[in-house]
Design a protein around this ligand. Structure first.
Ligand code: GLC
Length: 480
């Protein structure tokens, strides 16, 4: 057994360099957690995991020096594309940045121009594989994430058929199945990649994520429940029958959260820091929040919250409708997040109708988000689907009890009536009934605090996830 495990972690975004959504949190934290696994756990194996990202125009590199590493061309019919690779470092972990024209074509990490995004990520994925030849480092595991990097997994398989990269196994983590990337048939042909000839439904045979799912040695859903849900018509986005044929390689591993950064005992954005034993002190944070949000300063009125992207996936519309059904009860609500303009304006409408109890902040504000976790009573997450979800885990760590729909990672992280509230169904009526039930429990302070303490003591550390991924890598390599 060699005592180094070499992993290349490939993603479109990663904290602290560039972050748009949950993928950025994961790609920023998981590789570092894998590197930090103790040799007691790994049996003396050192995890040499490296991260590779596109050098988007928006990448924040102030804190890091970028050293030019290699330069080469990707050939395709009709021309060749220049690839420049830079190397940097994050707390001792090598981080590569791939630069090239297709990556600069759009300013954003994800643009609204599907075709350009397709070209960009096809270029990035293929450049990543090619880069390995040039830097002279062949990983044992190529770990890709979502559609953006799935073609690296596909191209790897094609190369293995040509007896190259024989020692490299692939893992593809699915954070969001419905986003599969555009049909890239002409692009793939130009790069000399054949479409998949069987297995996949016809419409999916030249799409990045399906091709990755078709070729990966191992597929990971970001929660055990989501890994099973992907196999059903409700959540499978048309790929359920195909995925059914791959159940032997599909696993579910929950994400973690950064428990150092998200710690109510030290979080500097909070008016008052607290621990499970002093959770009653949260009342001071709630008061500070009520002042900041211009809500009635009454400690006894339950404060409901919703934090995150305003997206139909998140069930924002269900929340807005449910709140209107609950006007007979005392509550206040704060909604923080941006996204879908139609959802933002319905949220504003609710605030205009009930200014004394609803406060909407249609923007991205990490500080306010933390203050909400640290002061609100209930976090609402009635997601239509939720591969993992991070907000409910952060909320629990802060003693803000999540009220979630029984789906994906929400179902796997919230223990019904012990660390939060869980409901079935995806209607405003079902959500309203669940909120009603939680509000009825609210006056029982003793019971509520017991739930808060239990929520705060759950282990959502990245170390737990990293151990599972490490074991998975080992299982794959043992097939060698
Ligand atoms: C996506 C999913 C979310 C998950 C995140 C990180 O954003 O929608 O549920 O937590 O990826 O895996």
């Amino acid at each position: 057994m060699p005592n180094t495990l070499k992993v290349l972690f490939v993603a479109a975004e990663a904290e602290p360099f560039v972050k748009v959504g949950g993928l950025g949190d994961v790609a920023g934290s998981l590789p570092r957690a894998l590197r930090a696994l103790t040799s007691d756990f790994t049996g003396g194996i050192e995890v040499d995991i490296r991260l590779v990202l596109p050098l988007h125009p928006t990448v924040r590199t102030e804190s890091a020096t970028l050293r030019p590493t290699v330069t080469f061309y990707l050939t395709r019919t009709g021309g060749k594309e220049l690839v420049q690779v830079f190397e940097s470092n994050l707390e001792g972990m090598p981080v590569y940045f791939v630069a090239g024209d297709p990556i600069n074509q759009t300013g954003a990490v994800y643009s609204s121009n599907v075709a350009l995004d397709g070209e960009k990520y096809a270029f990035f994925s293929l450049a990543v594989l090619e880069m390995l030849q040039h830097i002279g480092w062949q990983p044992d595991i190529l770990h890709a994430n979502d559609w953006h990097t799935a073609l690296a997994v596909y191209a790897l398989l094609i190369r293995r058929w040509k007896n190259e990269f024989l020692g490299t196994f692939s893992v593809l983590t699915v954070h969001n199945l419905p986003f599969m990337g555009p049909d890239l048939a002409p692009r793939l042909a130009a790069y000399g990649l054949p479409p998949a000839s069987s297995g996949l439904p016809k419409w999916a045979r030249a799409m990045p994520l399906p091709l990755g799912l078709w070729s990966a040695d191992c597929i990971v859903g970001v929660s055990p429940t989501y890994a099973r849900e992907m196999l059903t018509p409700e959540y499978g986005a048309g790929l359920q029958d195909f995925l059914q044929t791959r159940t032997d390689v599909i696993h579910g591993i929950l994400n973690g959260i950064d428990t150092k950064s998200f710690d109510p005992a030290t979080d500097e954005t909070l008016a008052f820091n607290y621990k499970p034993e002093t959770v009653s002190m949260r009342a001071l944070n709630k008061k500070a929040l009520q002042v900041r949000l211009d809500l009635l300063k009454d400690p006894n009125v339950p404060l409901l919250a919703m934090v995150g992207r305003m997206d139909p996936q998140k069930g924002v519309d269900l929340t807005l409708e449910a709140l209107r059904l609950l006007m007979d009860l005392p509550w206040q609500a704060v909604i923080l997040g941006t996204g879908d303009p139609a959802l933002e304006s319905s949220a504003r409408l609710l605030q205009a109708d009930f200014p004394e109890r609803v406060h909407v902040e249609a923007r991205f504000d990490l500080t306010l988000a933390r203050q909400i976790y640290g002061g609100a009573d209930i976090l609402l997450m009635p997601s239509r689907y939720e591969p993992c979800g991070l907000a409910q885990m952060i909320a629990m760590r802060y003693g803000c009890l999540p009220l979630v729909r029984a789906t994906g990672g929400l179902k796997d992280t919230v223990i019904p009536d012990q660390t939060g509230f869980v409901f079935d169904g995806n209607t405003a009526g079902a959500l309203a009934a669940a909120i009603r039930k939680a509000l009825a429990l609210y006056p029982d302070r003793e019971r509520w605090q017991a739930m808060q303490k239990m929520a705060m003591s759950q282990d959502f550390s990245w170390e737990r996830s990293a151990r599972r991924y490490f074991n998975l890598y080992q299982t794959l390599l043992n097939q060698r």
